[in-house]
Design a protein around this ligand. Sequence first.
Ligand code: MG
Length: 159
Amino acid sequence: MFRIGMGFDVHRLVEGRELWLGGIKIPHELGLLGHSDADVAIHALCDAMLGAANLGDIGHHFPDKDPKYKGIDSKILLAEVAKLIDAEGYELGNADLTICCEQPKINPHIAAMKAVLAQCLNCQEQQVSIKATTTERLGYTGRGEGIATYAVALLKRKA
Ligand code: MG
């Protein structure tokens, strides 16, 4: 049995923050603002996986009012989501992410992101697709005000 889920997240780009995206730190003059490390790609992926299992959303499991999650590495949250999925009797089939961003260029970092996320999910790199697009300088991502990510995940019932 298969179940599909989708996730979407946005974080604002600001000065004075590190840029964590897809589980890696990218050198850039701006970083994403959030209670955690604000890794918008991981957050969208978490929501896609949670949605597929009908387990609510990332804010439900890891409230941003909880000091426990302040500054937390989102890879820890993703590994936690993988555990929740596993406990429900599902495993990841595949996931596909689209990161919307004007700057920095994402493509040079995609291989590293895939390796890190696959390790975090204990799956093959081939199961995690990461793509990037600009929004042709339109909207908040186009103006460089933030980064958005769309994600879909397919879960399958464990044998
Ligand atoms: Mg978020």
